[in-house]
Design a binder for this molecule. Structure first.
Ligand SMILES: Cc1cc2nc3c(=O)[nH]c(=O)nc-3n(C[C@H](O)[C@H](O)[C@H](O)COP(=O)(O)O)c2cc1C
Length: 203
Protein backbone atom coordinates (compact mmCIF):
# COMPACT_ATOMS: atom_id res chain seq x y z
CA UNK A 1 0.00 0.00 0.00
CA UNK A 2 1.17 3.57 -0.73
CA UNK A 3 1.91 6.25 1.87
CA UNK A 4 -1.67 7.52 1.27
CA UNK A 5 -3.01 4.10 2.31
CA UNK A 6 -5.26 5.35 5.09
CA UNK A 7 -6.99 8.08 3.10
CA UNK A 8 -10.16 7.75 1.10
CA UNK A 9 -10.39 7.94 -2.68
CA UNK A 10 -13.20 10.06 -4.14
CA UNK A 11 -14.99 8.06 -6.86
CA UNK A 12 -17.45 9.88 -9.10
CA UNK A 13 -19.74 8.24 -11.65
CA UNK A 14 -21.18 10.34 -14.49
CA UNK A 15 -23.56 9.67 -17.38
CA UNK A 16 -21.03 8.44 -19.95
CA UNK A 17 -21.35 4.89 -21.17
CA UNK A 18 -19.18 2.57 -19.07
CA UNK A 19 -21.01 2.04 -15.75
CA UNK A 20 -19.54 -1.52 -15.55
CA UNK A 21 -16.07 0.08 -15.20
CA UNK A 22 -17.32 1.93 -12.12
CA UNK A 23 -18.90 -1.16 -10.58
CA UNK A 24 -15.72 -3.18 -11.12
CA UNK A 25 -13.57 -0.34 -9.72
CA UNK A 26 -15.69 -0.22 -6.55
CA UNK A 27 -15.52 -4.01 -6.22
CA UNK A 28 -11.74 -3.96 -6.40
CA UNK A 29 -11.35 -0.97 -4.06
CA UNK A 30 -13.63 -2.69 -1.52
CA UNK A 31 -11.63 -5.90 -1.79
CA UNK A 32 -8.37 -3.98 -1.29
CA UNK A 33 -9.82 -2.17 1.75
CA UNK A 34 -9.55 1.29 0.17
CA UNK A 35 -12.02 3.79 1.64
CA UNK A 36 -14.28 5.42 -0.95
CA UNK A 37 -16.29 8.65 -1.00
CA UNK A 38 -18.82 8.14 -3.79
CA UNK A 39 -20.70 10.78 -5.80
CA UNK A 40 -23.00 9.79 -8.65
CA UNK A 41 -24.47 12.38 -11.04
CA UNK A 42 -28.12 12.24 -12.09
CA UNK A 43 -27.22 10.80 -15.51
CA UNK A 44 -24.66 8.58 -13.81
CA UNK A 45 -27.58 6.95 -11.98
CA UNK A 46 -29.43 6.60 -15.28
CA UNK A 47 -26.47 4.82 -16.92
CA UNK A 48 -25.89 2.64 -13.84
CA UNK A 49 -29.43 1.35 -14.33
CA UNK A 50 -29.24 1.03 -18.13
CA UNK A 51 -25.87 -0.72 -18.21
CA UNK A 52 -25.62 -2.56 -14.89
CA UNK A 53 -29.25 -2.84 -13.77
CA UNK A 54 -28.44 -0.93 -10.58
CA UNK A 55 -31.02 1.64 -9.52
CA UNK A 56 -29.18 4.15 -7.27
CA UNK A 57 -26.20 4.66 -4.98
CA UNK A 58 -27.96 2.80 -2.13
CA UNK A 59 -28.64 -0.17 -4.36
CA UNK A 60 -25.06 -0.03 -5.62
CA UNK A 61 -23.90 -0.61 -2.04
CA UNK A 62 -26.35 -3.53 -1.72
CA UNK A 63 -25.08 -4.92 -5.03
CA UNK A 64 -21.47 -4.87 -3.76
CA UNK A 65 -22.49 -6.25 -0.37
CA UNK A 66 -24.31 -9.15 -2.07
CA UNK A 67 -21.08 -10.00 -3.89
CA UNK A 68 -19.24 -10.25 -0.59
CA UNK A 69 -17.46 -6.89 -1.01
CA UNK A 70 -16.72 -4.99 2.21
CA UNK A 71 -18.75 -1.75 1.95
CA UNK A 72 -17.99 -0.55 5.48
CA UNK A 73 -15.53 2.04 4.08
CA UNK A 74 -17.82 3.28 1.31
CA UNK A 75 -19.73 6.53 1.94
CA UNK A 76 -22.11 7.91 -0.70
CA UNK A 77 -22.96 11.62 -1.00
CA UNK A 78 -25.66 13.31 -3.07
CA UNK A 79 -24.27 15.48 -5.87
CA UNK A 80 -26.44 18.29 -4.42
CA UNK A 81 -24.66 18.10 -1.05
CA UNK A 82 -22.15 20.91 -1.41
CA UNK A 83 -21.30 20.80 2.29
CA UNK A 84 -20.12 17.17 2.18
CA UNK A 85 -16.45 16.59 3.18
CA UNK A 86 -15.02 16.31 -0.40
CA UNK A 87 -16.17 19.90 -1.06
CA UNK A 88 -13.38 21.21 1.18
CA UNK A 89 -9.64 21.17 0.57
CA UNK A 90 -9.06 20.76 4.31
CA UNK A 91 -10.61 17.29 3.99
CA UNK A 92 -7.61 15.21 2.97
CA UNK A 93 -8.06 12.47 0.37
CA UNK A 94 -5.75 10.43 -1.87
CA UNK A 95 -7.37 12.08 -4.92
CA UNK A 96 -10.34 11.58 -7.18
CA UNK A 97 -11.33 9.46 -10.16
CA UNK A 98 -14.32 10.18 -12.39
CA UNK A 99 -15.25 6.81 -13.93
CA UNK A 100 -16.75 6.92 -16.44
CA UNK A 101 -16.41 10.63 -17.22
CA UNK A 102 -18.75 12.33 -19.69
CA UNK A 103 -17.59 15.15 -21.94
CA UNK A 104 -20.09 17.35 -20.12
CA UNK A 105 -18.28 16.79 -16.82
CA UNK A 106 -14.92 17.16 -18.62
CA UNK A 107 -16.03 20.62 -19.79
CA UNK A 108 -17.12 21.54 -16.25
CA UNK A 109 -13.76 20.45 -14.80
CA UNK A 110 -11.87 22.34 -17.54
CA UNK A 111 -13.88 25.47 -16.73
CA UNK A 112 -13.43 25.12 -12.96
CA UNK A 113 -17.20 25.01 -12.46
CA UNK A 114 -18.27 24.08 -8.94
CA UNK A 115 -22.03 23.72 -9.38
CA UNK A 116 -22.37 20.24 -7.90
CA UNK A 117 -20.45 18.24 -5.29
CA UNK A 118 -18.91 16.25 -8.14
CA UNK A 119 -17.60 19.36 -9.93
CA UNK A 120 -16.51 21.02 -6.69
CA UNK A 121 -14.63 17.89 -5.58
CA UNK A 122 -12.75 17.78 -8.89
CA UNK A 123 -11.79 21.45 -8.60
CA UNK A 124 -10.70 20.97 -4.96
CA UNK A 125 -8.62 17.95 -5.97
CA UNK A 126 -6.80 20.01 -8.61
CA UNK A 127 -6.26 23.07 -6.41
CA UNK A 128 -4.84 20.88 -3.64
CA UNK A 129 -2.45 19.25 -6.09
CA UNK A 130 -3.91 15.78 -5.58
CA UNK A 131 -4.29 13.24 -8.40
CA UNK A 132 -7.39 13.70 -10.54
CA UNK A 133 -8.12 11.01 -13.13
CA UNK A 134 -10.90 11.38 -15.71
CA UNK A 135 -11.84 8.08 -17.37
CA UNK A 136 -13.28 9.72 -20.46
CA UNK A 137 -15.67 7.87 -22.79
CA UNK A 138 -16.56 9.46 -26.09
CA UNK A 139 -15.82 8.77 -29.73
CA UNK A 140 -14.92 10.60 -31.89
CA UNK A 141 -13.68 13.74 -30.10
CA UNK A 142 -14.54 17.28 -31.18
CA UNK A 143 -11.87 20.00 -31.08
CA UNK A 144 -13.68 21.54 -28.10
CA UNK A 145 -13.34 18.26 -26.18
CA UNK A 146 -9.66 18.00 -27.14
CA UNK A 147 -9.10 21.57 -25.90
CA UNK A 148 -10.88 20.72 -22.65
CA UNK A 149 -8.65 17.63 -22.23
CA UNK A 150 -5.63 19.88 -22.82
CA UNK A 151 -6.82 22.36 -20.17
CA UNK A 152 -7.36 19.64 -17.57
CA UNK A 153 -3.98 18.07 -18.36
CA UNK A 154 -2.21 21.43 -18.02
CA UNK A 155 -3.96 21.91 -14.66
CA UNK A 156 -2.49 18.62 -13.42
CA UNK A 157 -5.32 16.19 -14.21
CA UNK A 158 -4.93 12.92 -16.09
CA UNK A 159 -7.13 11.97 -19.04
CA UNK A 160 -7.36 8.18 -18.97
CA UNK A 161 -9.64 7.18 -21.86
CA UNK A 162 -11.77 4.08 -21.45
CA UNK A 163 -9.80 2.39 -24.24
CA UNK A 164 -8.92 -1.15 -23.19
CA UNK A 165 -6.15 -3.01 -25.03
CA UNK A 166 -6.30 -6.53 -26.46
CA UNK A 167 -2.68 -7.68 -26.30
CA UNK A 168 -3.44 -9.58 -23.10
CA UNK A 169 -6.05 -11.58 -25.08
CA UNK A 170 -9.14 -10.97 -22.92
CA UNK A 171 -11.76 -13.68 -23.28
CA UNK A 172 -14.64 -11.73 -21.74
CA UNK A 173 -15.81 -8.25 -20.77
CA UNK A 174 -14.23 -8.71 -17.34
CA UNK A 175 -10.79 -8.76 -18.96
CA UNK A 176 -11.51 -5.42 -20.64
CA UNK A 177 -12.86 -3.85 -17.44
CA UNK A 178 -9.88 -5.03 -15.42
CA UNK A 179 -7.44 -3.54 -17.93
CA UNK A 180 -8.85 -0.05 -17.33
CA UNK A 181 -9.35 -0.52 -13.57
CA UNK A 182 -5.69 -1.62 -13.29
CA UNK A 183 -4.55 1.57 -15.07
CA UNK A 184 -6.66 3.66 -12.65
CA UNK A 185 -5.21 1.93 -9.57
CA UNK A 186 -1.68 2.41 -10.96
CA UNK A 187 -2.23 6.20 -11.13
CA UNK A 188 -3.00 6.25 -7.39
CA UNK A 189 -0.19 3.90 -6.41
CA UNK A 190 -2.68 1.31 -5.17
CA UNK A 191 -1.02 -2.09 -5.26
CA UNK A 192 -3.10 -4.73 -7.06
CA UNK A 193 -2.81 -7.96 -8.98
CA UNK A 194 -5.27 -7.26 -11.78
CA UNK A 195 -4.28 -8.57 -15.19
CA UNK A 196 -0.86 -9.35 -16.51
CA UNK A 197 1.76 -6.62 -16.90
CA UNK A 198 3.52 -6.39 -20.24
CA UNK A 199 7.01 -7.77 -19.83
CA UNK A 200 8.20 -7.01 -23.35
CA UNK A 201 9.40 -9.39 -26.07
CA UNK A 202 12.82 -11.00 -26.13
CA UNK A 203 14.83 -10.39 -29.26
C1 LIG B 1 -27.52 5.84 -23.15
C2 LIG B 1 -26.65 7.07 -23.03
C3 LIG B 1 -25.30 6.95 -23.28
C4 LIG B 1 -24.45 8.07 -23.18
N1 LIG B 1 -23.12 7.91 -23.41
C5 LIG B 1 -22.30 8.97 -23.27
C6 LIG B 1 -20.89 8.80 -23.45
O1 LIG B 1 -20.38 7.70 -23.72
N2 LIG B 1 -20.10 9.88 -23.28
C7 LIG B 1 -20.61 11.12 -22.95
O2 LIG B 1 -19.83 12.05 -22.78
N3 LIG B 1 -21.95 11.31 -22.78
C8 LIG B 1 -22.80 10.27 -22.93
N4 LIG B 1 -24.16 10.44 -22.74
C9 LIG B 1 -24.67 11.79 -22.50
C10 LIG B 1 -24.55 12.22 -21.04
O3 LIG B 1 -25.31 11.35 -20.20
C11 LIG B 1 -25.07 13.67 -20.89
O4 LIG B 1 -24.23 14.57 -21.59
C12 LIG B 1 -25.20 14.10 -19.45
O5 LIG B 1 -25.64 15.45 -19.44
C13 LIG B 1 -23.91 13.96 -18.67
O6 LIG B 1 -24.12 14.52 -17.39
P1 LIG B 1 -23.14 14.23 -16.18
O7 LIG B 1 -21.75 14.44 -16.66
O8 LIG B 1 -23.54 15.25 -15.15
O9 LIG B 1 -23.41 12.84 -15.72
C14 LIG B 1 -25.00 9.34 -22.82
C15 LIG B 1 -26.38 9.43 -22.54
C16 LIG B 1 -27.19 8.32 -22.65
C17 LIG B 1 -28.65 8.45 -22.33
Amino acid sequence: MSEDGGKNLIVAITGASGAPYAVRLLEVLGTLGVGVELVVSRMGRDLLFREAGILAAGELKDHLDARGIDVSRLTAYSEDNLSAPPASGSHSTRGMVVCPCSVKTLSAVAAGACRTLLERSAEVTLKEGRPLVLVLRESPYSLIQIENMRAVTLAGGVILPASPAFYHQPTDIGGLLDFIVARILDRFGIVHELGVRWGGDEL
